[in-house]
Design a protein around this ligand. Structure first.
Ligand code: GLU
Length: 493
């Protein structure tokens, strides 16, 4: 029987959750779900100087927002340092590692000399074969030492099959006896990360491409500890339209998952988008429910070629990715309205435009209105900006719409109050009656219905476009429509 799949996401909490990290987490989570396995969240906080509590909170919040749930953790690498040290001792005891007493000055000097003579600059193995007596002698003098892994000198190599990058081979002679414990006793990341993965029984490692260079060294540690080597996969890079690596320095906030939350993305839409950034199926489908994605996902679909994230050419800090936007708007326009409700509620709350009746006696009206206006929306924030007039009397008017649909037609100054009076007199205010009244008026006074319709739309919603006007009027309601038309004469002042 196959062993149970155990995967992990192991972020270093030195910044916010960025899109690359989120992708790593999502792929691992999907794989665990698909295989009925376990997904561990391990915070790699051993770099005490760069790790922050704020970053840890940001990572956890970001994952929760995305809906990525871990089965185990979060646990913290720093709590397992003793275990990393024990592993180093085990390697010393078995002769797979050795103490190196070379001073930094001596090493720098040798490296410089090798560089000048155009020789290999890797560690020359001075301490590799010290006798027990020599070691004891140095220890009695309390000379500081690092611990290095003894890379076999057998002409062999480390090989592995990366699920994305394929067969990889690194000759032992090209790997120096690398340090696994510093002279202050602190284990190095390459050791801690490996020991944790062994401890956690990780079966599949899928991580960012930067892990690829470390993998041969880590495999040497697995071998030296007689541990089972997991399956490795490394994700390709994400580049911008100009082929620059996506980075905080160059792209600012748009590399952070939080940016998309604030921007009005639905979490699942963003997950759907991120997954497609570097993974594909043979089918042309772009929209996946959670179950569909779990079903479809495999490491084989991960692309070796780098993925492209669209940003504005003249300003790389400006997010424009059309695929991200189209996926989000698909969800905004098609999900059951109840599923979007909590997000719109949150946006309205943030904007100070939430009314408890929207979740009380006006709930049905609220949901119907959301449904009516969403067909042109891309983001949850659009409900508060473009859709504000439906939920609040305090809404901005689009300047262009004002000029084109109101100010250009001076006669509207007289028509607005007249329309207001007529609409106010309507007994049963619905689609048919509101349309009837407006069309009759236009006909009687020989004005183009279009001018009235556009003028009214702009006066009551502040926008030039939107759903059919009569639907709009019914959604906003007789009383508010009348009041807004009366007030619209002010625009001519
Ligand atoms: N802590 C590493 C990082 O955040 C992860 C390395 C790994 O997944 O093995 O880049």
């Amino acid at each position: 029987m196959d062993e149970r799949v155990i995967v992990r996401f192991a972020p270093s909490p030195t910044g916010y959750l960025h899109i690359g990290g989120a992708r790593t987490a999502i792929y691992n989570w999907l794989y665990a779900k698909k295989m009925g396995g376990k997904f561990i969240l391990r915070i790699e906080d051993t770099d005490a100087e760069r790790s922050t509590q704020e970053s840890i909170m940001g990572i956890l919040d970001g994952l929760k927002w995305l809906g990525i749930e871990w089965d185990v953790g979060p646990y913290f690498q720093s709590e397992y340092i003793e275990e990393h040290k024990t592993a180093a001792q085990k390697l010393l005891d078995s002769g797979a590692a050795y103490k190196c007493f070379c001073t930094k000055e001596k090493l720098d000097q040798k490296r410089e000399q090798a560089r000048q003579e155009k020789r290999d600059t890797k560690y020359d193995g001075t301490c590799r074969d010290l006798t027990p007596e020599q070691i004891a002698g140095k220890e009695t003098r309390e000379l500081p030492f690092v611990i290095r892994l003894k890379v076999p000198q057998d002409g062999g190599s480390v090989t592995f099959e990366d699920k994305v990058y394929g067969f990889i081979e690194k000759r032992h002679e090209d790997i120096e006896d690398f340090v696994i414990v510093r002279s202050n006793g602190q284990p190095l990341y390459v050791l801690s990360n490996t020991v944790d993965d062994i401890h956690d029984g990780i079966t599949h490692i899928l991580r960012g491409q930067d892990g690829l260079a470390n993998t041969p060294k880590q495999i040497l540690i697995y071998r030296a500890l007689n541990a089972k080597i997991p399956q490795f996969s490394h994700m390709s890079l994400t580049l911008d339209t100009k082929k620059a690596k996506i980075s905080k320095r160059k792209h600012g906030e748009i590399v952070a998952v939080d940016f998309y939350r604030k921007h009005g993305f639905l979490p699942w839409a963003f997950v759907n988008f991120l997954v497609l950034l570097g993974w594909s199926t043979s089918e042309s489908t772009q929209i996946f429910t959670k179950d569909e994605l779990i079903e479809a996902f495999s490491f084989e679909g991960l692309n070796k070629s780098n993925s492209i994230f669209d940003v504005r050419k003249d300003d790389p800090k400006f997010f424009t990715d059309p695929k991200a936007i189209s996926i989000n708007s698909h969800y905004i326009r098609n999900l059951p309205i109840e599923d979007i409700f909590p997000f719109v509620k949150m946006e309205l709350k943030k904007a100070g435009k939430w009314d408890t009746s929207f979740d009380g006696d006006k709930r049905e009206w609220f949901l119907n209105t959301m449904d009516l206006i969403r067909s042109r929306f891309n983001f949850t924030t659009d409900f508060v900006t473009l859709g504000r007039a439906y939920f609040s009397n305090d809404f901005p008017i689009n300047e262009k719409a004002l000029k084109k649909n109101i100010l250009k037609h001076k006669t509207l100054k007289d028509w607005f109050p007249m329309l207001a009076n007529t609409l106010e007199a309507v007994k049963i205010f619905n689609l048919e009656t509101s349309e009837q009244v407006i069309r009759d008026l236009a006909e009687k006074h020989e004005i183009k219905a279009g001018i009235l319709i556009n003028g009214i739309r702009t006066a009551v919603t502040g926008q030039a476009v939107g759903p059919g006007l009569f639907d709009v009027l019914v959604a906003i309601g007789q009383e508010r429509v009348v009041a807004r038309l009366r007030k619209a004469t002010d625009y001519f002042e």
